[in-house]
Design a binder for this molecule. Structure first.
Ligand SMILES: *Cc1c(COP(=O)(O)O)cnc(C)c1O
Length: 394
């Protein structure tokens, strides 16, 4: 088996079929097969991976909080022996998930308090977040919506579709709808199309977005038929979620290219995670690979204060250091905006390195990416220059 765990390779690799070599290749290529063969139990994991004690207890306790679920495609990307593997840290529960810090919250972005109707979050003036499902292909252990997704916890997502559509139809200030969940791409083509159709018919909705990690967890879902369906609802953007360059496999790249070929512009949202992508070099390789897949890095999120995620959170200073290590040093298109989703419901706040050293009415003092200092004078009324006699040309 030709498998490499070199984290920072820019090559796109396929890890198929990995542990599923006995199954026919047509099965592997079907997203239905992938979903049916997801990994859910300690016994299944231990068949292939060497676990540490923290992981073993974490897996046993995950059933009461956030379900454990990993697609075969993604499971194959995990280093079988290293508990610090960046893919493993995102997807295999650890006992630390049951340890709550004082600052942890069940609903860190205050979404429940901003729902005019169940399942619709209206925080910003002109756009809404529409939570259409509580299921994902696989569950990220730092999920900001772990209180409602996967069906394992106590709280349930109770989206009221009719009330949500009615709200959207009667609120002309909403021009942008972001479908998320859970993962909307877990719906069948026809079910998702019904939602898109309904939104598309509302005249003031100019722009639809879908947030999904399915292109990464389940690239087999990005079928030609699916892309042809999406194409009918332009302008439609897709926000994907990749944290580490190894997640960008050959299959993922193919799916993303197919989406791009059908005119779907894509952005990536990464979460800054301790031991996963909390260094400049990893992020640099990630964003370069994203550009090769025609995906524009959009946001780098400071990890929300979700309960049981403190072992995965990196300090804010790390995020700033990463942006500083990228800006100017590499392609501007590849640099995401670092944001903190303000705890309690303040929305996304951009956080940047300080490039403005000093500023007054007359001038701005700047430093560039190399630390060199420059001055930019603010606009001033120009002083009229004495007219010079026109030169006579003969
Ligand atoms: C992130 C988010 C949006 C979209 O924000 P953009 O900055 O436009 O990407 C909209 N509504 C809510 C509640 C959000 O959390």
């Amino acid at each position: 088996m030709r498998r490499q765990w070199n984290d920072l390779s820019k090559t796109f690799q396929s890890h198929a079929p990995g542990y599923w070599a006995e199954d026919p290749p047509e099965a592997w290529d079907s997203h239905v097969w992938q979903l049916k063969h997801r990994i859910h139990s300690l016994a299944q994991i231990e068949e292939h991976l060497t676990l540490c004690e923290e992981e073993r207890s974490g897996i046993l306790l995950s059933g009461t909080k956030l379900a454990l679920s990993i697609t075969p495609h993604f499971f194959n990307l995990i280093d079988p022996v290293d508990p610090e593997d960046p893919i493993r840290r995102q997807i295999i529960p650890r006992i630390e998930e049951t340890w709550y810090a004082d600052t942890d919250m069940a609903d860190p972005c205050g979404e429940d308090a901003h729902m005019p109707v169940p399942g619709l979050v209206h925080r910003y003036p002109d756009r809404v977040l529409f939570l259409v499902t509580d299921r994902c292909a696989a569950y990220c252990r730092y999920c900001t919506r772990s209180r409602v997704v996967s069906g394992a916890g106590e709280q349930e997502l109770e989206t009221d579709y009719e009330a949500a559509f009615h709200y959207l139809e009667t609120h002309p200030e909403v021009r942008d709808v972001l479908l998320s969940g859970g993962d909307p791409l877990l719906f069948s083509d026809s079910k998702l199309e019904k939602i898109l159709q309904r939104l598309h018919r509302i005249p003031h909705i100019e722009f639809i977005r879908i947030g999904s990690r399915v292109p990464i967890f389940l690239p087999q879902r990005i079928t030609p038929a699916f892309c042809q369906m999406l194409q009918k609802y332009h302008p439609l953007f897709l926000s994907i979620h990749v944290n580490h360059p190894r997640e960008l496999t050959t299959e993922v790249k193919e799916g993303l290219e197919r989406l791009a070929n059908h005119g779907v512009p894509m952005g990536n949202q990464s979460v800054l995670l301790r031991g996963v992508n909390d260094n400049v070099e990893t992020m640099r390789v990630l964003i370069h690979k994203l550009l090769m897949c025609r995906v524009r890095p959009y946001y780098l999120y400071q990890c929300d204060l979700i309960q049981g995620s403190s072992h995965l959170r990196a300090p804010v200073s790390k995020g700033i250091e990463i942006i500083e290590g990228l800006r100017g040093h590499t392609t501007g298109y590849s640099i995401p905006q670092f944001v903190i989703d303000a705890p309690g419901g303040g929305g996304k706040v951009p956080v940047n390195p300080d490039y403005v050293i000093d500023r007054n009415e007359e001038r701005v003092i700047l430093r560039n990416y190399e630390g060199k200092v420059f001055e930019y004078p603010e606009p001033q009324m120009p002083v009229a220059a004495p007219l010079e006699p026109a030169a006579t040309l003969s």
